[in-house]
Write a protein that binds this ligand. Structure first.
Ligand code: UDP
Length: 487
């Protein structure tokens, strides 16, 4: 039968399931748009409060006649012991509740199965983000393939495999002794103290979701990585050797071309689009440092204040995001009592709450991104072609810092006495020094040029003929093949 008639008979339907966290929902929603732009039917699983946040994005896609819809499931927050309004990881009072949150996500299994029986056309596959290992069972029950969608880089996956496989971190005598990650294409060193807890943990009963994710990955039919081969060719090659069917399909963020798409992402911004652009327009090209630490960070007030003082001491224009959970009475009192915003008037903009990060990063006046190295933020910095100042806070962010500073060479790390963000004068000075190094340091011009070139490189990856564009085609063909071949 000709390919086109097979496709007519088998209308594919992609069921996309994110972990209910901004860093999973945002890229998966972009991926949904990319699939819908290829004429595919896409349903994204969500919950009532997340649906409110993401509805404007889906409405815009529907206005373009894209076949994309949200399907909302009640979130079992109370059964999992979480507060009523908590349907997204960014609403957790502490990341210690992460386990309960994952439990709540897992409780979506039954309602999801009920919903899947009603969906038309019948789902052809499940694409779910890395943390949702239980979706393997759902896919098996419905006899459809599951694909993992990674919200981390191929570099991080390869490092994780090599460290946990060789247990090299257990061979060093202390937490502060460096070790080299074995069999890596480039020399990569870590100290045990830098590794995320789940990688250091020896006891099986404390097995973290990342380990489960790694162990169950082989049950999935394939792996999609929100990254591209042009940016990390050798790590994709290594990862394919370890895992087999791997497609780099990103950076998905690049599907957002209009300012309105860049402004409206994941939450309602706390600054008006025009006001934000007007402020940025008033600054010199490549002069502004944009400082934002993601959707999950919990930075204690004294440390946050040190960061603000460091931004001020750099004597450069800056935008400082204080996310809702970090915006404590203590921080606000400090801002007020010290008349901080008056002191930096004309060059410093403080945004309390959600910022239009991508709109800001893409503006020509931004000259540096001070980031916690979440993978989405890292990719957004790369796509905007801006060099970065790195301050990883938890989890796999330390891998992203290594990647940005040592592999891509487009970043400057904040030099702290210890690896932890400590309460000390040093934080302020370390922030100031890193900003000066980024803008004026010996390597600044070359780094800026590398960052700009990298931005162009990843743009090519998503255009026709680029690896990510081709890989999306191959992925769709794989789903078609699975749907049309008897298992
Ligand atoms: N984000 C944003 N505005 C904010 C904070 C975060 O748009 O004020 C977005 C950011 O652009 C990124 C995501 O939220 O897409 C955060 O994901 P990331 O992986 O960087 O970090 P995490 O939130 O998981 O720490």
């Amino acid at each position: 039968m000709a390919n086109s008639s097979i496709q007519e008979q088998h209308q594919l339907h992609f069921l996309l399931i994110p972990l209910m966290s901004q860093s999973h929902i945002i890229p998966l929603t972009d991926f949904a748009k990319l699939l819908a732009l290829r004429g595919q039917n896409v349903t994204i699983i969500t919950t009532p409060l997340n649906a409110i946040r993401y509805k404007p994005i889906i409405d815009r896609a529907k206005n373009l006649n894209l076949k994309i819809q949200l399907a909302s499931l009640e979130f079992p927050n109370r059964q999992a012991g979480l507060p009523e309004c908590c349907e997204n990881m960014d609403s957790l009072a502490s990341l210690d509740l992460g386990h309960d949150f994952l439990k709540a996500n897992e409780m979506l299994k039954e309602p999801l199965e009920k919903l899947m029986q009603q969906l038309v056309p019948r789902p052809s596959c499940i694409v779910s983000t890395n943390a949702l290992v239980w979706t393997n069972e759902v896919a098996k029950k419905f006899k459809i393939p599951r694909y993992v969608f990674h919200t981390i880089s191929a570099f991080t996956m390869v490092c994780t495999f090599k460290i946990s496989g060789n247990k090299v971190h257990e061979s060093v005598n202390s937490d502060t002794e460096s070790f080299v990650v074995p069999d890596m294409p480039k020399k990569i060193e870590f100290k045990r103290s830098q590794l995320p807890e789940w990688l250091r943990e020896k006891s099986d009963d404390k097995k973290h979701i990342m380990n489960m994710m790694k162990d169950t990955e082989h049950l999935a039919r394939g792996v999609l990585v929100n990254s591209c081969e042009e940016m990390e060719p050798v790590y994709f090659e290594e990862y394919k050797k370890l895992r087999g069917r791997v497609w780099g399909i990103g950076p998905t963020i690049l599907c957002n071309k209009e300012n309105s798409d860049k402004y409206d992402r994941g939450n309602k911004s706390c600054i008006d689009e025009n006001q934000c652009l007007k402020w940025l327009d008033s600054m010199k090209p490549c002069s502004v440092i944009y400082a934002c630490f993601g959707s999950l960070s919990h930075i204690p007030a004294p440390q946050l204040i040190q960061i603000g003082l460091g931004l001020e001491a750099s004597n450069r224009p800056f935008i400082w995001i204080i996310r809702e959970n970090d915006h404590s009475a203590e921080t606000e009192a400090w801002l007020e009592e010290n008349k901080f915003e008056e002191r930096v008037k004309g060059r410093g903009l403080v945004i309390r709450g959600w910022a239009p990060q991508v709109l800001i990063l893409c503006h020509p006046s931004v000259g540096g991104f001070f980031t916690h190295c979440g993978w989405n933020s890292t990719l957004e910095g790369v796509c905007a072609g801006v060099p970065m100042i790195t301050l990883p806070l938890f989890g796999e962010q330390i891998f992203n810092e290594k990647f940005v500073v040592d592999v891509l060479r487009v970043g400057v790390r904040i030099q702290l006495m210890s690896e932890k963000l400590v309460k000390s004068e040093r934080v302020k000075d370390a922030v100031k020094d890193a900003i000066n190094e980024l803008i004026d340091g010996e390597e600044a011009a070359e780094r800026r040029e590398r960052a700009r070139g990298l931005g162009e490189l990843v743009q090519k990856a998503v255009e026709e003929g680029g690896s990510s564009h081709t890989n999306i085609t191959m992925f769709i063909q794989d789903v078609m093949h699975a749907a049309t071949s008897p298992s």
